[in-house]
Design a protein around this ligand. Structure first.
Ligand code: NZQ
Ligand code: ZN
Length: 390
């Protein structure tokens, strides 16, 4: 492990079939007025809404609701949420939903008492929080983002065609998260597998960086193996508790800051995917899936040793008698085969992208420098063109 770092994570996790009971332990720690944030209604269909309301009432909470958080939450919705939180003078925010709901809850938490426009301050300028923060707790219903145990909050501005994620500090992490794998059984297959790829992508964004011998890489190889194994089971039987619980746990560890320690980290698949999302409003995990193979083929020559290791350690490619390039390529072929097997979208065309958008998508892509190759505009356009052809 080269370099210095600090590690701590303040989020308390309640995991398993009985985990909702954790609310009874946590709620008494916070004030009376609770803002209950949720999405487009899946929690009403599943009955989780009624269970949560009962627990809130049993704990003598005054409940204010902010419903209708859309996948890829927008800046307009954020302003609305702040207004509700202010009116209710809320002491605590309870987010019940997927990454969008959890991300949005964190955005509301830091924005309610911001004197400046939160989009400008926290997303365009990425400033640290210097105002009062409302504490957030999460009940997770969709797996993938890791939002349940990190400071990430991604907001979309359709007017300026920008989708930006701010990774806030520990003071914004959820105070606790409730993780019951059974809640994820009702996810439509498209969302389920998109979440699986989101997990894969989070790991790869951190794995494909650096050249030192690093414990984080070994941890990530284990997480990847578990994900690949369980995803195949879950696709055949979405109600396989063992597989879904392993995947839920893997998602959390893929992006709760642990495996980034000692790594420079890449994140270019996410930057390109987010820009695709800003133009198409497509499902996050699918945007990543559609650009990953062209991206990794493009950067492979610059990080060949790691791609070779990926092939051997994650996909069990037999290296005997093969060149490094052949081994590395076989690894990516295995990944592509797995992606198709679980039903991921392989082309941005399928997500609604058109040729005339490509230049704008490339311009809207934030270029980061932690990976094996710092991309320029034309390279991003080439990667997008490859995805259009897939
Ligand atoms: O809105 P409802 O009705 O709840 O429906 C949702 C939504 O339509 C549905 N759903 C969720 N749980 C369900 C369910 N349907 C049936 N049964 C359930 N148990 O699934 C749909 C997608 O939900 P969403 O929350 O949008 O998905 P996800 O968890 O993938 O979150 C995506 C957002 O997170 C951001 C993405 O950019 C995107 O905006 N990310 C956040 C990150 C972070 N905090 O660190 C990192 C990620 O890379 C990502 O960027
Ligand atoms: Zn992601």
């Amino acid at each position: 492990m080269l370099g210095n770092f600090t590690y701590s994570n303040p989020t308390k996790l309640y995991f398993g079939k009985e985990s909702l009971n954790g609310l009874n332990e946590e709620l008494p720690k916070y004030g009376k007025n609770v803002l209950l944030i949720y999405g487009g209604g899946s929690i009403k269909k599943t009955g989780l809404y009624d269970e949560v309301i009962k627990i809130l009432k049993d704990n003598n909470k005054e409940i204010f609701e902010d419903a209708g958080v859309m996948p890829n939450p927008t800046v307009e919705k954020l302003y609305e949420g702040c207004e509700r939180a202010r009116k209710g003078n809320v002491d605590f925010i309870l987010a019940v939903g997927g990454g969008s709901v959890c991300d949005y809850a964190k955005a509301v938490s830091v924005s309610v008492y911001s004197e400046e426009d939160p989009w400008d301050k926290y997303f365009l300028r990425m400033e640290d929080v210097d105002n009062k923060i409302i504490p957030v707790g999460c009940v997770l219903t969709m797996v993938g983002t890791g939002s349940e145990m990190n400071g990430g909050s991604v907001i979309t501005n359709h007017e300026s065609k920008l989708k930006i994620g701010h990774v806030f500090g520990e003071n914004v992490f959820p105070k606790f998260s409730i993780m019951n794998p059974v809640y994820t059984f009702t996810l439509p297959e498209y969302q389920m597998v998109a979440g699986f790829f989101d997990i894969m992508s989070h790991i790869l964004e951190q794995y494909f960086s650096g050249e030192d011998d690093n414990t984080s890489d070994y941890l990530m190889e284990g997480l990847l193996k578990s994900l690949i194994h369980s995803s195949k089971i879950a696709v055949k039987n979405p109600e396989d508790y063992e597989a879904r619980s392993n995947i839920m746990w893997t998602a959390t560890w893929a992006l709760n800051t642990l495996v980034a320690k000692g790594k420079s980290t890449d994140w270019m698949v996410h930057m390109i995917g987010q820009s695709v999302g800003a133009y198409t409003d497509a499902t996050h995990g699918m945007t990543l899936a559609a650009v990953s193979i062209p991206y990794y083929k493009h950067i492979m020559p610059y990080g060949l040793a790691k791609f070779k290791r990926f092939a051997i350690n994650v996909w069990d490619v037999n290296p005997e008698g093969k060149s490094d390039e052949q081994i590395a390529n076989e690894g990516l072929e295995c990944m592509e085969k797995w992606m198709k097997e679980i039903g991921l979208v392989m082309s941005i065309k399928e997500l609604g992208a058109t040729e005339d958008m490509l230049d704008g998508i490339a311009k809207g892509t934030f270029i980061l420098e932690g990976g094996y190759k710092v991309l320029n505009h034309d390279e991003i356009v080439d990667i997008l063109k490859e995805s259009m052809k897939a």
